[in-house]
Design a protein around this ligand. Structure first.
Ligand code: 13P
Ligand code: SF4
Length: 304
């Protein structure tokens, strides 16, 4: 790592303040470079509950910072940019959840971790893309309302045909931009490349993928594969870990290199600023914290 002025200052501040930096695989390369923990949303939620540091600087989007706070109410969670939010996290309605609960006696509301703390409060269990199939399969309920992501919900439903999985119409605008045509175009140029896709992609993309999994799943699959070329269908930030772990392999992003504008709001300057000032602290009210903790803890338990 090249230590420039700002990275030196961040290192110093981390020691002074007893802080750690968490980063999702989608943030800018230079942020991943200085992070103490980098991972997919499941890993980051798991680690959040076990850090000894007093301050967590969360380089991701709001639902991630909020989940870290809910799992660690006594710690300070700071976000480099408090406006970094995931639009999909808001794409479900409490009224619809209540309506579904009235309709099905045994309903389980399964909430993708990409959701607001308020939506989590109305859910029975959280999941991430790395454990959704395992958790939904293990639930005793036949009827499941999966919120907010329709594509992940459909991916789970296809693998568990014995359950009635009701889908909600939320989506990720970044993954929705990747089409099967984009994948086919790049596959024509690199016919030996395997297609690795995140389950937030459209069904038409998942239908032609060789592997579907979380960001960490995609990185592990590519790293353990004998193949040397891959077409990646997810946000291009994963390119950093893919290239670091596999300098001899080639990665091509489908479509126009997918970029999550919210993840990219995390910068070194903003990390340094929040460490210095303590600004952008994540607050979750006590009642929401208590209620949202239940589905998060159930996920951590069931995913083991
Ligand atoms: P992962 O859980 O795979 O890291 O995905 C998080 C996310 O926001 C995908 O868009
Ligand atoms: Fe949300 Fe999509 Fe960005 Fe992930 S990539 S944080 S789902 S907007």
């Amino acid at each position: 790592m090249v230590m420039n002025e700002i990275t030196k200052e961040i290192e110093q501040l981390k020691i002074e303040k007893n802080a750690v930096i968490f980063a999702h695989y989608y943030v800018n390369d230079e942020v991943q470079e200085i992070a103490d923990y980098i991972g997919d949303s499941y890993y980051l939620a798991k680690i959040a509950g076990s850090t000894d540091a007093e301050i967590i600087v969360f380089c991701g989007v709001s639902f991630m910072g909020e989940s870290a706070k809910i799992l660690n109410p006594d710690k300070t969670v700071l976000m480099p940019d408090i406006s970094a939010d995931c639009p999909m996290a808001h794409m479900a309605e409490i009224e619809k959840i209540e309506e579904m609960r009235k309709k099905y006696d045994d309903l389980a509301v399964v909430c993708y971790i990409n959701s607001t703390a308020e939506l989590k409060c109305h859910s029975d269990v959280c999941v991430t893309s790395s454990n959704a199939v395992k958790i939904v399969k293990a639930l005793p309920n036949k009827n499941v309302f999966f919120i907010p992501d329709e594509n992940l919900g459909r991916h789970v439903a296809k693998q568990i045909p014995e359950k009635n999985i009701i889908l909600n119409d939320g989506f990720c605008h970044v993954h929705a931009e990747v089409t099967s045509e984009d994948v086919k175009t790049i596959k024509e140029k690199h016919p030996k490349a395997l297609v690795l896709a995140h389950p937030e992609c459209r069904q038409e993309v998942l239908d032609i993928a060789d592997y579907t999994g979380s960001t960490a799943g995609i990185i592990d699959y590519a790293s353990n594969s004998e193949n040397s070329e891959f077409i990646i269908c997810t946000e291009s930030g994963v390119g950093y870990a893919l290239n670091e772990n596999n300098p001899d392999k080639r990665f091509y992003f489908a479509g126009i290199k997918p970029l999550c504008p919210n993840m990219k709001l995390n910068t070194l300057e903003k990390i340094c600023h929040v460490l210095k000032t303590g600004e952008n602290e994540v607050f979750v009210n006590d009642e929401v914290c208590r209620n949202a903790l239940l589905p998060l803890n159930r996920m951590l338990e069931m995913a083991k």
